[in-house]
Design a protein around this ligand. Structure first.
Ligand code: NAP
Ligand code: FE
Length: 360
């Protein structure tokens, strides 16, 4: 079904926070800032945000404890801090980890929840959220999803709420200049995976394809620049947000759910896990639904399926090693994921095993 819902105001360009500092006042007088360990400072984004808040007499507290692939526990702790501070709104500064954590923190802050209740009904709407992405990959600044690590299930699990979309996303390309090369490659692969999965699932629509095809067109031209280490960061950030807007409409499919297992059990960064699994998935799609893969290849500018897969493989910063036992265990678990039902064809456990086995 075609439906367009993109409630996030996206403001782009160098210096966009300073230029739009007055917008923060719309959300109250107390801001709770959520960051990772050092990236908010290193990138310069934290200073721009705190300058803008101080200029408008908005008090703030910084929670800088978000780890990569944030845990439910850390988000719960952040939520209790935000509640104690009396936060009126939340500002996320970081890659997908702080942005996703901030969505959970915004919900815990105004509800009496036990940690795992985040996956149930959330009575009060989460606090308003403003996001400042420091990576061009997850698109979390324009999605309602929050992917958290849950030790009880030995996996990652997402929740979403219709009010978890950011009210504003500030996209300043200057903040991406401090990105380490491996994170740049990993996150570019994540954006690519979002666009590809959005076009290759049952929920694809004319609306989602507008975003996904545009993202693929940009990424096809940007990946040589990314590999060369000097991408046009503004365009890359835009492409990543477009891919995020695509999955905000469709969700992701099995590449993501399979990748969560590589991240949880093998400590593989999220985007790299996708890059490792995409070639196998795309090859299967070429066998089952070549008519659906054709527009993906065309938008990206790939000659054929093989050409596309070879380009994706160049984004894998470090090879992942799996054992046969891990392939068996991961495919057994991955086939139970909720989004398997959204795959274009009825994917089997053996097919998922073949995608994992490509990494042996
Ligand atoms: P990340 O986990 O947020 O960050 C990875 C590493 O890069 C961290 O060490 C971080 O440092 C560093 N870093 C980030 N930006 C930097 C910058 N500009 N300069 C220097 N260092 C920087 O990575 P990510 O790939 O963006 O996010 C992955 C998470 O997003 C996963 O948990 C994944 O499941 C989730 N995700 C969510 C969605 C969604 O729709 N919500 C979609 C896809 C993925 P710090 O620790 O100092 O921050
Ligand atoms: Fe992703």
């Amino acid at each position: 079904m075609n439906q367009l819902f993109m409630p996030t105001r996206v403001i782009m360009g160098k210096g966009c926070i300073k230029e739009n500092a007055s917008l923060f006042s719309e959300f109250g007088k107390k801001a709770f800032i959520v960051t990772g360990k050092t990236s908010a400072e290193k990138s310069g984004a934290l200073k721009d945000i705190t300058d803008a808040l101080s200029k408008h007499s908005i008090s703030y507290e910084v929670f800088s404890e978000v780890e990569n692939n944030p845990s439910v526990e850390t988000c719960y702790k952040g939520g209790q801090r935000a509640k104690a501070f009396g936060a009126e709104f939340v500002i996320a500064i970081g890659g997908g980890s702080p942005m996703d954590a901030a969505k959970a923190i915004a919900a815990y802050a105004v509800n009496d929840l036990e940690p795992m209740d985040i996956y149930g009904t959330i009575k009060n709407n989460p606090l308003p959220l403003i996001s400042v992405p420091l990576t061009a990959g997850t698109g979390s600044e324009v999605t309602p999803y929050s992917v958290l690590t849950v030790k009880e299930i030995e996996n990652k699990k997402s929740f979403s709420h219709k009010e978890s979309f950011s009210k504003i996303a500030f996209l300043d390309p200057e903040y991406l200049r401090s990105l380490p090369r491996d994170v740049l490659l990993d996150t570019t692969a994540d954006a690519l995976s979002h666009a590809v999965e959005s076009m290759l699932c049952k929920r694809t629509s004319d609306v989602s394809n507008v975003y996904a095809e545009a993202a693929l067109r940009h990424l096809g031209q940007l990946i040589p620049e990314v590999l060369g280490g000097k991408p046009d960061y503004e365009r890359l950030l835009f492409a990543s947000s477009l891919a995020g807007m695509a999955i905000a409409h469709t969700g992701t499919v099995v590449v993501h759910s399979m990748g969560y297992l590589l991240t949880y059990h093998k400590n593989i960064p999220h985007g790299r896990a996708n890059a490792c699994l995409l070639p196998g998935f795309i090859t299967l799609c070429n066998e089952h639904n070549p008519e659906r893969l054709a527009p993906v290849l065309k938008a990206f500018g790939a000659k054929d399926c093989n050409d596309f897969c070879e380009t994706i493989k160049k984004l894998i910063a470090q090879k992942v090693q799996l054992s046969q036992e891990e392939v068996t265990a991961f495919s057994k678990k991955a086939i139970q994921a909720k989004n398997v039902s959204q795959n274009l064809w009825t994917i089997t456990e053996a097919e998922e095993a073949s995608v994992f086995a490509a990494l042996l």
